[in-house]
Design a protein around this ligand. Sequence first.
Ligand SMILES: Nc1ncnc2c1ncn2[C@@H]1O[C@H](COP(=O)(O)OP(=O)(O)O)[C@@H](O)[C@H]1O
Ligand SMILES: [Mg+2]
Length: 325
Amino acid sequence: MKNTTLLVEHLSASFFTGRGEIKAVNDVSITVPRRSIIGIVGESGCGKSMTARSIMRLLKYPGKIVGGSIRLMGKELTALTDAEMANVRGEEISMIFQEPMTSLNPVMKVGKQVQEAILLHRKITKKEAKEEVLRMFREVGISEPEKRYNCYPHELSGGLRQRIMIAMAMICRPKLLIADEPTTALDVTVEAQILELMKGLRDTVDTSIVLISHNLGVIAEVCDYVYVMYAGQIVEQADTFTLFEDPRHPYTKGLMASVKSLEDKNTVLETIHGTVPNLLELPEGCAFSPRCGEVCENCRQAQSLIEVAPNHLVRCYASKEVQHG
Ligand SMILES: Nc1ncnc2c1ncn2[C@@H]1O[C@H](COP(=O)(O)OP(=O)(O)O)[C@@H](O)[C@H]1O
Ligand SMILES: [Mg+2]
């Protein structure tokens, strides 16, 4: 297990609401090998953020982990106390979000904010911490780091703010970075730069990355291996090349078709008709069946993940059939 940064096994997390249990994360298993970039892709509402928050143990009430195991470098995170987990967060595992403005303090200089993040975990002087921050600013491609250090968040562009967030997340050189839609709020050019930066960090800082996106094009750009999520479950997983060359799940094929319209970020998934199901009223059997063009009698039964080739798993009985064309 030395070469596995994160091992998530049978993770389930639910919201307990007045209307019933919402299984937002339903028996999810994910392996993040050391120095890899793993992608989680799926439409909005399919459970990507909940999966990330569960791993970080940042679920908010009424959300709760109900089962499974999360091991970071062999350490079981579900068994840690809240205080122990707070030490792990930022130090060994970090997370960045779509909108940096909501995570940054608007009335504090960005350099100070990143400095605080390192002082929380390291017994070093303020001066040393500042130097560390400036070094990290350079590493994440922030030009004129001394000048930026004294800026307030609103004085920076969206791209720079996201670089600040990445610097803050990386300042303790964590083993794992979870990036939840980190480029969704950015324009295409800046998005490409940020993705390029993440690839670089994986190599220079020796950090593994979990990249979450609703956009398969983004995932294809940087990920080694991809998990496709639908209605709280993994429906397909494969290395990026295989997933694009030989997608087996009808949902993955639908996502794939929508990548062609990548240039326009606001394009909705036109190729998959219907909408993501209400998790309180899931259909019997395969959750995707009401939207699936290949639906048949077998789909009324719950589907399990089938290994169709080494490291290529699909939650669809039809995937067993040999594909032609
Ligand atoms: N605060 C909440 N209360 C109840 N259900 C929630 C809450 N937040 C999220 N959910 C449920 O969890 C599902 C997954 O949400 P999320 O992980 O945020 O999706 P994604 O990040 O893939 O867009 C949603 O479809 C919703 O049903
Ligand atoms: Mg999300």
